[in-house]
Design a protein around this ligand. Structure first.
Ligand SMILES: [Fe+2]
Length: 597
């Protein structure tokens, strides 16, 4: 039984394939077409998933689409009358969905008649709920999805028991915690799609002195009601305005906040203006209000369901600071957030929704790691190195077995070098988790600035995250709940803050990844080897990229290595080291190479 999930014509387009109840492959289109948050039909991601499953498109048994035009039809019709422009845009999107079979056939050069499998429409938030509960380790749990908007809802909650997922409530348009966060992100001068996490980082530098005002903007009423004060917003008037650049692949969201919000909070920060203390305090206040509302909502969910385990999804589930506090301040003892908690995860959710809710098949899969993307053999990696580095002057290249390779790489990190670490299958979701990562020494306070100057070029207020051996979590952090997908922020133990200053955020927290030997063996070995050398089983882990989607193919990793001032690159069983110290390599281009025996 093969089910293909497709998140199309929506930001974070993705595909996922489930065979006999188990996930075989999942990937975002951006990793292939190299357009961040790419929308459209994810043809490359579908091709990849089919190749991984070893079947042609015509052998798919069910297609799972995470959008249902018939969901909340009464509400949609009511708003269609009031917002004809928005209704027209929705109708155009729906028309594309109704022609999906034909577009797929055209993309794969097939006769549409040869695609016989049924297309199942799964409501957006039902797919979000399924994307986390059905792949969680829990036999039963409370389940919550919170985002901006999808199929006219912005949140939904459910109980899961076995293969029975039962939604029993939702927050509908125009009320939305995701819209709240995005609107305030825009107000603070961050307009790019997906910039919300920057503001979360900024908030740690401020004090929430505007919290009372923010409590007037958003609240959680009893009865599981998330509410916005619509005076502060505009999306309820004409609908959120989404346009697309770059041939329909890059989403651009129109302004969501009103003139009234500016009147109350002061002038908006323009994108090119400096970030001042007032902005930091506003970001802190906005985050504090989100936490109050979300924690109240989650606590009420715990009270209603009496469950001790929670599965989270939707874009708001990436708020690792709030997630960490849920473990401290709500009755939930275990929380599962899968790595693609946002809309990319909808393809996985839709596929598992068909598997369990429509076909009624039992559960037999847990997503324990994020390695669901493409991988390349040692031979393919070696060929890419030969192609990209044809001469041998300036870079030493050595081939090593696994253990010496981990030890050599750990030595590089301990020596203060910046290491590219490229192994196995590409990660599913926006975080590099030890397969396409840039790794550095957490003990050096200056490493954050060095990473920014030489490779990442990010805003200075954004923290870098640590990866830690799972078994050492309690030694360094005040919470030991697993965080394998970097979706929780915990307080670093006060006595350890000076030991790992580089990934410790200004508020004493860190958004950590706990690394398990069982599910990420090679990365675990690298951190273990670093721990053996230094006594600190922690490394800085940031995504392997430079203002682009995370590298996928070996060639992209090599290009990033050659273009930036990374010192060392480990790919498969090869280690590439610049002969000249990289600070001298100011431009980071023009590297001649020499191959060692
Ligand atoms: Fe969503």
């Amino acid at each position: 039984m093969i089910i293909l999930g497709i998140n199309a014509y929506h930001a974070n387009a993705s595909a996922a394939i489930v065979a006999d109840g188990k996930l075989v492959a999942a990937a975002e289109e951006e990793r292939f077409n190299r357009v961040k948050y790419a929308a459209g039909l994810p043809v490359h991601a579908i091709q990849y998933c089919l190749a991984e499953a070893g079947i042609p498109l015509t052998k798919v048994d069910h297609f799972a689409i995470p959008r249902n035009p018939w969901a909340r039809m009464t509400t949609k019709l009511w708003y269609a009358v009031r917002m004809p422009k928005f209704a027209m845009e929705r109708a155009q999107v729906m028309a594309r969905f109704s022609g999906l079979k034909e577009e797929l056939a055209a993309a794969f050069e097939l006769d549409p008649q040869s695609i016989r499998a049924p297309f199942h429409r799964i409501e957006h938030h039902v797919a979000h709920l399924a994307s986390t509960y059905f792949v969680s380790p829990f036999d039963h749990a409370a389940v919550l999805s919170v985002d901006g908007l999808g199929d006219f809802a912005s949140a939904m909650w459910a109980t899961g028991e076995g293969n029975d997922l039962r939604p029993y409530g939702a927050t509908t348009f125009p009320h939305s915690l995701g819209m709240y966060y995005t609107a305030l992100t825009q107000y603070l001068g961050f307009w790019k799609f997906g910039d919300e996490y920057k503001v979360m980082g900024l908030g740690a530098y401020g004090t929430p002195r505007f919290l009372d005002e923010f409590r007037k903007i958003v609240r959680a009423d009893s009865g599981m009601k998330l509410r916005l004060n619509l005076n502060y917003f505009t999306h309820q008037l004409q609908g959120p305005e989404m346009t697309w650049r770059d041939a329909g692949t890059t989403p651009v969201l129109g302004r969501l906040f009103s003139a009234y919000l500016e009147k109350r909070l002061g002038p908006t920060r323009k994108a090119d203006e400096p970030v001042e203390q007032r902005h930091r305090d506003l970001a802190a206040s906005m985050q504090a209000a989100l936490e109050e509302v979300l924690l109240k909502h989650v606590s009420e969910l715990a009270e209603r369901t009496k469950e001790k385990s929670l599965c989270l999804a939707g874009g708001v589930a990436f708020n690792c600071v709030a997630n960490g506090k849920m473990l401290e301040r709500t009755p939930f003892e275990k929380i599962y957030v899968q790595p693609a908690a946002g809309d990319a995860g909808l393809s996985v959710g839709a596929a598992f929704s068909v598997e369990h809710s429509i076909l009624g098949r039992p559960r037999s899969f847990v997503m324990e790691h994020a390695g669901w993307g493409p991988s390349y053999s040692h031979a393919e990696i070696a060929e890419a190195v030969r192609q990209r580095i044809p001469n041998s002057d300036g870079i030493e290249i050595d081939e090593m077995d696994e253990d010496p390779l981990a030890q050599a790489a750990a030595r590089e990190i301990a020596d203060g070098h910046i290491l590219g670490w490229y192994q196995g299958r590409a990660e599913w979701g926006p975080r590099a988790l030890g397969n396409r990562s840039i790794v550095a020494d957490p003990r050096r306070a200056e490493m954050k600035d060095i990473l920014n100057q030489r490779i990442k070029h990010r805003e200075m207020f954004r923290p870098f995250a640590p990866s830690i051996l799972e078994e050492a979590t309690g030694e360094y952090f005040e919470c030991t709940h697993p965080s394998p997908f970097m979706t929780f922020a915990y307080s670093v133990r006060p006595e350890k803050r000076s030991v790992i200053p580089a990934p410790t955020h200004v508020d004493g927290t860190a958004r950590l990844q706990t690394v398990s030997r069982r599910t990420n063996r090679l990365y675990w070995k690298l951190i273990r080897a670093f721990g053996d050398l230094t006594g600190v089983p922690v490394v800085i882990n940031t995504s392997f990229n430079d203002n682009e989607p995370i590298v996928c193919k070996p060639e992209e990793a090599l290009d990033c290595f050659l273009r930036t001032r990374m010192d060392t690159l480990v790919m498969g069983n090869l280690i590439l080291r610049r002969n000249a110290p990289s600070p001298a390599n100011e431009g980071g281009a023009e590297v001649s190479t020499r191959r060692t025996p």
